[in-house]
Design a protein around this ligand. Structure first.
Ligand code: SF4
Ligand code: SF4
Length: 188
Protein backbone atom coordinates (compact mmCIF):
# COMPACT_ATOMS: atom_id res chain seq x y z
CA UNK A 1 0.00 0.00 0.00
CA UNK A 2 1.22 3.46 -0.88
CA UNK A 3 -0.03 6.90 -1.72
CA UNK A 4 1.56 7.49 -5.09
CA UNK A 5 2.21 10.90 -6.59
CA UNK A 6 4.48 12.48 -9.15
CA UNK A 7 6.54 15.67 -9.32
CA UNK A 8 7.93 17.34 -12.44
CA UNK A 9 11.04 19.47 -12.77
CA UNK A 10 9.11 20.75 -15.76
CA UNK A 11 11.55 23.37 -17.00
CA UNK A 12 14.03 20.64 -17.90
CA UNK A 13 11.74 19.31 -20.65
CA UNK A 14 13.31 19.27 -24.12
CA UNK A 15 10.09 18.12 -25.84
CA UNK A 16 11.65 14.90 -27.14
CA UNK A 17 8.44 12.85 -26.56
CA UNK A 18 10.41 9.87 -25.24
CA UNK A 19 7.89 9.72 -22.35
CA UNK A 20 4.97 9.47 -24.76
CA UNK A 21 6.55 6.63 -26.74
CA UNK A 22 7.53 4.76 -23.56
CA UNK A 23 4.04 5.15 -22.11
CA UNK A 24 2.36 3.85 -25.25
CA UNK A 25 4.73 0.91 -25.51
CA UNK A 26 4.38 -0.02 -21.84
CA UNK A 27 0.60 0.25 -21.76
CA UNK A 28 -0.33 -1.35 -25.10
CA UNK A 29 -1.33 1.82 -26.92
CA UNK A 30 -0.66 2.10 -30.66
CA UNK A 31 2.37 4.28 -31.32
CA UNK A 32 0.39 6.39 -33.80
CA UNK A 33 -2.63 6.86 -31.52
CA UNK A 34 -3.70 10.45 -31.10
CA UNK A 35 -5.51 9.86 -27.81
CA UNK A 36 -3.32 8.59 -25.03
CA UNK A 37 -2.30 8.99 -21.42
CA UNK A 38 0.32 11.70 -21.50
CA UNK A 39 1.06 14.73 -23.59
CA UNK A 40 3.40 17.68 -23.71
CA UNK A 41 1.64 21.01 -23.82
CA UNK A 42 3.64 23.59 -25.72
CA UNK A 43 3.69 27.30 -25.01
CA UNK A 44 1.42 26.94 -21.99
CA UNK A 45 2.17 30.42 -20.76
CA UNK A 46 1.60 32.09 -24.09
CA UNK A 47 -1.88 30.60 -24.17
CA UNK A 48 -2.37 31.60 -20.52
CA UNK A 49 -3.97 28.27 -19.73
CA UNK A 50 -3.24 27.72 -16.09
CA UNK A 51 -1.04 30.25 -14.46
CA UNK A 52 -0.97 33.86 -13.60
CA UNK A 53 2.65 33.88 -12.41
CA UNK A 54 5.43 35.28 -14.56
CA UNK A 55 7.01 32.25 -16.21
CA UNK A 56 7.98 33.75 -19.50
CA UNK A 57 10.61 31.10 -20.11
CA UNK A 58 8.19 28.15 -20.09
CA UNK A 59 7.80 26.34 -23.36
CA UNK A 60 6.81 22.78 -22.47
CA UNK A 61 4.56 21.31 -19.81
CA UNK A 62 4.08 17.62 -19.02
CA UNK A 63 0.38 16.81 -18.82
CA UNK A 64 -1.50 13.69 -17.71
CA UNK A 65 -4.11 12.70 -15.11
CA UNK A 66 -3.45 14.80 -12.02
CA UNK A 67 -4.56 12.03 -9.62
CA UNK A 68 -7.02 14.30 -7.86
CA UNK A 69 -7.74 13.47 -4.23
CA UNK A 70 -11.16 15.00 -4.73
CA UNK A 71 -11.73 13.71 -8.25
CA UNK A 72 -14.56 15.22 -10.33
CA UNK A 73 -14.44 12.24 -12.72
CA UNK A 74 -15.17 9.82 -9.89
CA UNK A 75 -18.10 11.89 -8.66
CA UNK A 76 -19.51 12.36 -12.17
CA UNK A 77 -19.65 8.71 -13.23
CA UNK A 78 -23.30 7.59 -13.03
CA UNK A 79 -22.28 3.92 -12.91
CA UNK A 80 -19.89 4.02 -9.96
CA UNK A 81 -17.19 2.73 -12.30
CA UNK A 82 -14.41 4.93 -10.97
CA UNK A 83 -12.68 4.19 -7.67
CA UNK A 84 -9.46 4.85 -5.78
CA UNK A 85 -7.25 1.79 -5.36
CA UNK A 86 -5.08 0.78 -2.39
CA UNK A 87 -2.21 2.87 -3.74
CA UNK A 88 -4.25 6.05 -3.98
CA UNK A 89 -4.59 5.80 -7.78
CA UNK A 90 -7.88 6.75 -9.48
CA UNK A 91 -8.93 3.62 -11.40
CA UNK A 92 -11.78 2.27 -13.51
CA UNK A 93 -13.89 -0.88 -13.23
CA UNK A 94 -13.91 -1.53 -16.97
CA UNK A 95 -16.98 -3.77 -16.82
CA UNK A 96 -19.03 -0.94 -15.35
CA UNK A 97 -18.05 1.68 -17.94
CA UNK A 98 -20.67 2.21 -20.66
CA UNK A 99 -18.91 5.20 -22.24
CA UNK A 100 -21.33 7.76 -20.89
CA UNK A 101 -18.30 10.10 -20.99
CA UNK A 102 -19.50 12.04 -17.95
CA UNK A 103 -16.01 11.56 -16.48
CA UNK A 104 -14.41 13.09 -19.55
CA UNK A 105 -16.63 16.13 -19.33
CA UNK A 106 -16.04 16.51 -15.60
CA UNK A 107 -12.23 16.33 -15.69
CA UNK A 108 -10.80 19.88 -15.51
CA UNK A 109 -7.54 18.68 -17.07
CA UNK A 110 -8.87 16.87 -20.17
CA UNK A 111 -6.95 13.86 -18.93
CA UNK A 112 -9.44 11.19 -20.02
CA UNK A 113 -9.92 9.83 -23.50
CA UNK A 114 -11.79 6.98 -25.18
CA UNK A 115 -9.85 3.75 -25.44
CA UNK A 116 -11.14 2.57 -28.80
CA UNK A 117 -9.79 -0.97 -28.29
CA UNK A 118 -11.63 -1.70 -25.06
CA UNK A 119 -14.51 0.77 -25.48
CA UNK A 120 -13.96 2.42 -22.11
CA UNK A 121 -12.44 5.70 -20.96
CA UNK A 122 -8.77 5.61 -20.09
CA UNK A 123 -6.09 7.82 -18.54
CA UNK A 124 -2.71 7.58 -16.82
CA UNK A 125 -2.80 5.18 -13.87
CA UNK A 126 0.92 5.38 -13.00
CA UNK A 127 1.55 2.16 -14.94
CA UNK A 128 -0.46 0.30 -12.28
CA UNK A 129 -1.42 -2.63 -14.51
CA UNK A 130 2.04 -3.03 -15.96
CA UNK A 131 5.12 -1.87 -14.06
CA UNK A 132 3.59 -1.58 -10.57
CA UNK A 133 1.81 -4.92 -11.04
CA UNK A 134 5.22 -6.47 -11.76
CA UNK A 135 6.55 -5.06 -8.51
CA UNK A 136 8.54 -2.26 -10.10
CA UNK A 137 8.68 1.12 -8.40
CA UNK A 138 9.14 3.38 -11.40
CA UNK A 139 6.86 4.43 -14.26
CA UNK A 140 7.72 4.10 -17.94
CA UNK A 141 7.71 7.85 -18.56
CA UNK A 142 9.89 8.50 -15.51
CA UNK A 143 12.52 5.91 -16.30
CA UNK A 144 12.73 6.88 -19.98
CA UNK A 145 12.92 10.67 -19.70
CA UNK A 146 16.47 11.71 -20.71
CA UNK A 147 16.18 14.90 -18.66
CA UNK A 148 15.18 12.85 -15.57
CA UNK A 149 12.57 15.47 -14.72
CA UNK A 150 9.98 13.15 -13.13
CA UNK A 151 9.91 12.05 -9.50
CA UNK A 152 7.52 9.22 -8.66
CA UNK A 153 6.87 7.60 -5.31
CA UNK A 154 4.97 7.30 -2.06
CA UNK A 155 3.87 10.66 -0.70
CA UNK A 156 3.23 9.06 2.71
CA UNK A 157 6.85 7.91 3.01
CA UNK A 158 8.91 10.84 4.22
CA UNK A 159 12.08 9.14 2.99
CA UNK A 160 10.89 8.71 -0.60
CA UNK A 161 12.58 10.78 -3.30
CA UNK A 162 9.35 12.61 -4.11
CA UNK A 163 8.69 13.52 -0.47
CA UNK A 164 12.21 14.86 -0.13
CA UNK A 165 12.05 16.96 -3.30
CA UNK A 166 8.66 18.39 -2.32
CA UNK A 167 10.09 19.30 1.07
CA UNK A 168 13.12 20.98 -0.49
CA UNK A 169 11.59 22.82 -3.45
CA UNK A 170 8.69 25.16 -3.99
CA UNK A 171 5.96 23.68 -6.16
CA UNK A 172 2.47 24.24 -7.45
CA UNK A 173 -0.48 22.24 -8.73
CA UNK A 174 -2.59 22.89 -11.81
CA UNK A 175 -5.92 24.68 -11.58
CA UNK A 176 -6.01 24.89 -7.76
CA UNK A 177 -9.24 26.86 -8.12
CA UNK A 178 -10.96 23.63 -9.21
CA UNK A 179 -10.52 22.27 -5.68
CA UNK A 180 -9.41 18.84 -6.92
CA UNK A 181 -6.30 18.48 -4.69
CA UNK A 182 -4.00 16.96 -7.33
CA UNK A 183 -1.16 14.62 -6.41
CA UNK A 184 0.93 15.84 -9.33
CA UNK A 185 3.27 18.69 -8.48
CA UNK A 186 5.28 21.06 -10.66
CA UNK A 187 8.58 22.21 -9.17
CA UNK A 188 9.47 25.88 -9.39
FE1 SF4 B 1 -10.10 12.30 -12.74
FE2 SF4 B 1 -9.23 14.22 -14.39
FE3 SF4 B 1 -8.62 14.31 -11.79
FE4 SF4 B 1 -7.50 12.46 -13.33
S1 SF4 B 1 -7.24 14.66 -13.51
S2 SF4 B 1 -8.42 12.11 -11.27
S3 SF4 B 1 -9.16 12.00 -14.78
S4 SF4 B 1 -10.68 14.48 -12.67
FE1 SF4 C 1 1.98 6.57 -19.04
FE2 SF4 C 1 2.81 5.26 -16.85
FE3 SF4 C 1 3.69 7.74 -17.34
FE4 SF4 C 1 1.13 7.35 -16.65
S1 SF4 C 1 2.95 6.95 -15.37
S2 SF4 C 1 1.89 8.69 -18.32
S3 SF4 C 1 0.67 5.37 -17.60
S4 SF4 C 1 4.10 5.92 -18.57
Amino acid sequence: MANYGMAFDYKLCINCHACEVACKEENGIDLGAKNHRLWIQEDALVKGDFWDLDRSEISFMQMQCQECQDAPCLKACPNGAIYVDENGIVRLHQDKCDLTRACMEACPYDARYVDEKNHVTDKCIFCADTRLARGETTTACQITCPAKLRYFGDLDDENSEISKVLKEREHFTLKPEAGTKPKLFYLK
